[in-house]
Design a protein around this ligand. Structure first.
Ligand code: NAP
Length: 302
């Protein structure tokens, strides 16, 4: 099974980046695309995000052997129902959603009997929309494929090959485990960033202009994450509720322990934790998941 025609539904950051990566890498794959917003469709055509922008989802998928849904996770079911009339029986249906159990259930309910293989490229930025996509988004990043029980191994392998051709490293995982792992590595960090930025902007005895003026002390790194798309992240928390609440419970306990250490002057506890976390940063860099230059490689100068 080789993928030759891909339909991309949702032409924002993820959808646009898939289309651009296919072109930039010179892959022998034809692309069609659809977005529900006519202005996004027009801009996608101008930027050449896909070979052909279609006016309906059914038209976009009509000859596709792979359909990739690149819409917010809460919109997956509706988007799948929209494209159903155009789908060919052998097409693989996949997605890029950030939570996997809920998306798998929504797709299965919308497209009974279809070959559904959900996936999540662990690659992104805080930008969204048709201007945001770029061809190298997936290079060197993991793509986690979460095949449901009984999934066709040939279809799983074809989807894995597709992501490898886009430059990703591919891993297979159970959907529930994916949701737990991503709750810790992505969803809770976003929740913390949203909280810190929200709390700082609500303070009464520190003015907002001071928060912004002195943000280089650490705050600005949280503002990047907290600038992420509100619709996408609302949907992630609503669809990965169980895993996020479980991890949040652990996080609250650890935060309480730190609070106690600070109150009681227990410097050893603080020092031990900060030493362990520094080692994690080293591992992230060693595994090529971030830039090793200080301060994320920002320019420092006049
Ligand atoms: P995005 O830039 O906002 O693009 C999503 C596009 O889908 C928007 O143009 C949206 O239009 C459109 N859309 C919404 N509902 C639709 C429907 N029913 N049919 C057709 N188009 C529809 O979002 P993104 O950042 O690419 O995220 C897309 C998916 O990727 C999400 O599921 C997200 O969880 C996942 N993901 C994101 C990242 C990241 O860092 N951003 C990383 C990995 C995975 P409207 O604006 O009109 O709603």
């Amino acid at each position: 099974m080789t993928i030759k025609r891909v339909a991309i539904i949702g032409l924002g950051l993820l959808g646009g980046s898939i289309g651009l990566a296919i072109t930039a890498r010179g892959l022998d794959i034809a692309t069609t695309g659809f977005d529900r917003d006519p202005a996004v469709r027009a801009r996608a055509a101008e930027r050449g995000l896909v070979d052909q922008v279609c006016d309906t989802a059914a038209e976009a998928v009509a000859s596709a052997d792979l359909v990739v849904l690149c819409v917010p996770v809460g919109a997956m079911g509706d988007a799948a129902r929209d494209l159903a009339p155009g789908l060919t029986p052998d097409a693989i249906i996949s997605d890029v959603g950030s939570s996997k159990e809920a998306v798998a259930a929504a797709l299965a309910a919308a497209l009974p009997g279809a070959c559904i293989i959900p996936a999540h490229p662990v690659a992104g930025t805080e930008q969204s929309g048709p201007e945001a996509g770029f061809a190298t988004l997936f290079a060197g990043r993991w793509c986690i494929i979460t095949p449901p029980d009984g999934a066709d191994p040939a279809a799983v392998a074809a989807l894995g090959d597709f992501w490898t051709q886009l430059g990703s490293k591919v891993e297979l995982m159970d959907a529930a485990h994916h949701d737990l792992v991503l709750a810790v590595t992505s969803h809770i960090p976003h929740l913390i960033a949203y909280t810190i930025v929200g709390t700082a902007s609500d303070l009464e005895d520190v003015t907002q202009s001071e928060v912004i003026k002195y943000s280089a002390g650490g705050f600005r790194d949280f503002t990047r994450i907290a600038a992420s798309d509100p619709v996408m992240w609302r949907d992630v928390f609503l669809t990965n509720k169980g895993a996020v609440l479980e991890m949040l419970g652990r996080f609250s306990e650890d935060l309480t322990a730190l609070q106690r250490a600070i109150r009681s002057g227990d410097g050893d506890t603080l020092f031990d934790l900060f030493t362990r976390t520094r080692a994690i940063r080293r591992q992230v860099i060693e595994q090529g998941q971030d830039d090793e230059r200080p301060d994320f490689g920002r320019e420092h100068g006049e």
